[in-house]
Ligand binder design. Structure first.
Ligand code: NAD
Length: 331
């Protein structure tokens, strides 16, 4: 397969590209190396991919419509995996227009490029944040997602619905992935796990928002990549696979949750990290931050039905592997 990955220097894009290259596929990466977090980490990830002859890439922003169109036309992908985005709930409150520019306009540039060069399948990252704030029950793809509580969530929802209209009008099969908090080696330094590991190692305090009352459904990155890999082969068609299926009634388009299916309280999360590191955290308790969901919990029955796979890496194992990676690369 020829797979075009946007956000290939990012956390998830890097892991997915490695997996596909390992299977012998040809991968083309597009990334702007945005300065949202350490650009050197992004460059190091891309340098590892570039060691493979089946990998090539362009440094390009999704906002540059001409270059996005040109890159898609030149590579003629069989599959497009669209992961590039401005991520981060809190950053989106400070810069909503920047988020619209990348996540909405940028996504539309990519969708437009595929009108003339139609791939067999477009798989694109949405987010658990489209569900809004927690309801204490697992979230299903079929429920309403009309209550986003941050600009980030709203742009992810907008990208989902824009991809639906292109799937309908131009027959481009699209699967949107509602990803629940991913973590693991080579992870994002702006997210809780790596922030906490770094602070605990330095004996600095960690900020516990929501005074510890938040819960998250954490997805280990290898489980996420396994899920995406399998979903690439499950191209939405005309027929629903079951009563659970979120397939659109008018387009080859569906949304699929990817999570672990088991939410963990923030204080249990911190204890898991403490055990893996053999050190205690110094905790500062703070109120909830605006835009943050109190809890996230994925119903992963549809993922299992479509792929025969259920993410199962325990938080303890995933955190241990991340701590080991963190310490190895620091020497
Ligand atoms: N990591 C998670 O827990 C999580 C959860 C839900 C959804 N997602 C979604 O999954 C996708 C990948 O997330 P990630 O964790 O790998 O994030 P990431 O920030 O590590 O990767 C995103 C990549 O996109 C690139 N990028 C940003 N703006 C760009 C632009 N304008 N043009 C081109 N490239 C640009 C960045 O340089 C980065 O390398 C994103 O769409 C994100 O919204 C991630």
């Amino acid at each position: 397969m020829k797979v075009f990955i946007t956000g290939s220097a990012g956390f998830i894009g890097f892991h997915l590209a490695r997996r596909l290259l390992g299977e012998g596929h040809t991968v083309f990466g597009l990334d702007s190396f945005s300065p949202y977090y350490d650009v050197n980490l992004k460059r190091r990830r891309h340098a590892m991919l570039a060691a493979e002859s089946a990998f090539s890439a362009t440094e390009c922003a999704l906002e540059d419509r001409a270059r996005v169109t040109e890159a898609v036309a030149a590579f003629e992908p069989d599959v497009v995996v669209h992961l590039a985005a401005q991520a981060g709930v809190r950053a989106s409150i400070d810069d909503p227009l920047g988020f619209v520019s990348t996540n909405v306009t940028g996504t539309m540039h990519l969708l437009e490029a595929m009108r003339t060069h139609r791939p067999q399948h477009v798989v694109m990252a949405s987010s658990s944040s489209v569900y809004g704030t927690g309801s204490g029950v697992p979230r299903r793809e079929s429920e309403s997602t009309d209550i986003p509580i941050s600009p980030y969530a709203a742009t992810k929802k907008a990208a989902e619905v824009l991809s639906h209209s292109h799937a309908h009008l131009f027959g481009i099969p699209v699967t949107c992935l509602r990803i629940f908090t991913a973590y693991g080696p080579w992870g994002r330094p702006d997210m809780a796990l790596l922030k906490f590991i770094g602070a605990i190692e330095a004996a600095s305090p960690i900020d516990i928002y929501g005074r510890g009352a938040m819960k998250r459904d954490f997805t280990f990155v290898d489980d996420l990549v396994e899920s995406i890999r399998r979903l690439i082969d499950v191209v939405p068609g005309q027929a629903r696979v079951s009563a659970l299926d979120s397939l659109s009634p008018v387009a080859p388009w569906r949304v699929v949750n990817i999570g672990n299916g088991s939410p963990v309280g923030l204080l249990d999360f911190v204890e898991t990290i403490e055990r893996a590191m053999g050190r205690k955290a110094v905790e500062t308790y703070l109120d909830m931050q605006p835009g943050d969901a109190t809890d996230t919990w994925a119903d992963i029955a549809l993922l299992e039905e479509l792929t025969g796979y259920r993410p199962a890496t325990s938080l303890a194992e995933g955190v241990e592997r991340t701590v080991r990676w963190y310490r190895d690369q620091r020497g």
